[in-house]
Design a protein around this ligand. Structure first.
Ligand code: FES
Length: 294
């Protein structure tokens, strides 16, 4: 198609963005008017909206009554302009995609406060959503808690038809630091090479058990699971009392004070799932364990 033919087509059938931009620029003009003029414009707009909403509602009721017309209606609603106008008037419900977006948006402030994020990878009809954790949420020992308690709950609240939420493989990998590969980066870790504090050698950290260390006045607990190391503040999430005198069985640490149980691998509290141990970032470089206090 020639450029002029394409321009003509756009002029005859402007897309949603073009139409919205026109409205926005008119809104911008009205914003500069005095209050009385603005109120008048708003009143006219409301009256038009009510008239249009009533007309569209009647039209759709009539079309729904005819099975053949209903098929055509469904097709028409897939057009972005038709969908946007009917959504604006509250005549049709938000699409599944839109509701998933809303759900993810509702948890983003929490994830962003930990330098993390989440993105939608795919919706597999009829009941599955695949997401990807980003930033520090990816690879975080507490990511399963983030997923089940935060993201899953939000998606299921906004989209009751979704029963399965899957996590896609992370898109962010730890970058080499000074040419040395970071073996593992735990939650809230950033790749900037600053504020990392050497704690001990990897061999000093016991497998599925705890090593206590003091770093800049902070008592921390380190645990190892293969080449993965976790680091928590030595403070119970119940009353903040030290955990290092607790017992460890099958990588579960039991607080010596009131017996709250914690997974050493994820920091999750198994007794009260809404809380978890305070986590510090860990990286292992050349068998050297370094942490970044959070
Ligand atoms: S302080 Fe740990 S369970 Fe109460």
């Amino acid at each position: 198609m020639s450029a002029s033919a394409e321009a003509r087509l756009i002029q005859q059938h402007p897309n949603l963005d073009t139409l919205l931009k026109d409205i926005q620029s008119l809104d911008g003009l009205v914003e500069q008017w005095d209050e009385q003029q603005r109120n008048t414009v708003q009143a006219i707009t409301r009256a038009h909206d009510e008239l249009n909403k009533e007309a569209f509602s009647r039209l759709i009721r009539a079309l729904k009554a005819d099975p053949t017309a209903l098929i055509a209606l469904k097709e028409a609603v897939s057009d972005e302009v038709v969908y946007a106008v009917l959504r604006y008037h509250g005549i049709i419900k938000a699409s599944l995609h839109e509701r998933v977006d809303l759900a993810l948006e509702s948890v983003r402030p929490y994830l962003k406060s930990h330098d993390g994020n989440v993105e939608l990878v795919e919706i597999k009809l009829p009941d599955t959503v695949i997401i990807r954790l980003l930033g520090t949420c990816d690879g975080c020992p507490a990511s399963s808690l983030t997923l089940s308690e935060g993201i899953e709950k939000a998606i299921k609240e906004h989209c009751p038809e979704i029963t399965t939420i899957k996590k896609a493989k992370g898109g962010v990998t730890a970058k080499p630091v000074d040419g040395v590969t970071v073996n593992f980066v735990s939650p809230f870790a950033r790749n900037e090479d600053k504020d990392w504090l050497v704690v001990c050698s990897l061999d000093d950290v016991p497998e599925a058990d705890i090593k206590v260390a003091t770093v800049k006045g902070n008592e921390v607990l380190l645990s190892r699971f293969g080449d993965k190391v976790t680091c928590y503040q030595n403070a119970c999430a119940h009353m903040g009392m030290p955990l290092d005198m607790g017992t460890v069985n099958n990588a579960i640490l039991v607080c010596p004070h009131h017996s709250f149980e914690y997974s050493l691998e994820s920091g999750e509290c198994l007794t009260a799932p809404e809380v978890q141990l305070h986590t510090h970032a860990v990286r292992v470089i050349n068998q050297r364990v370094e942490i970044k206090l959070s």
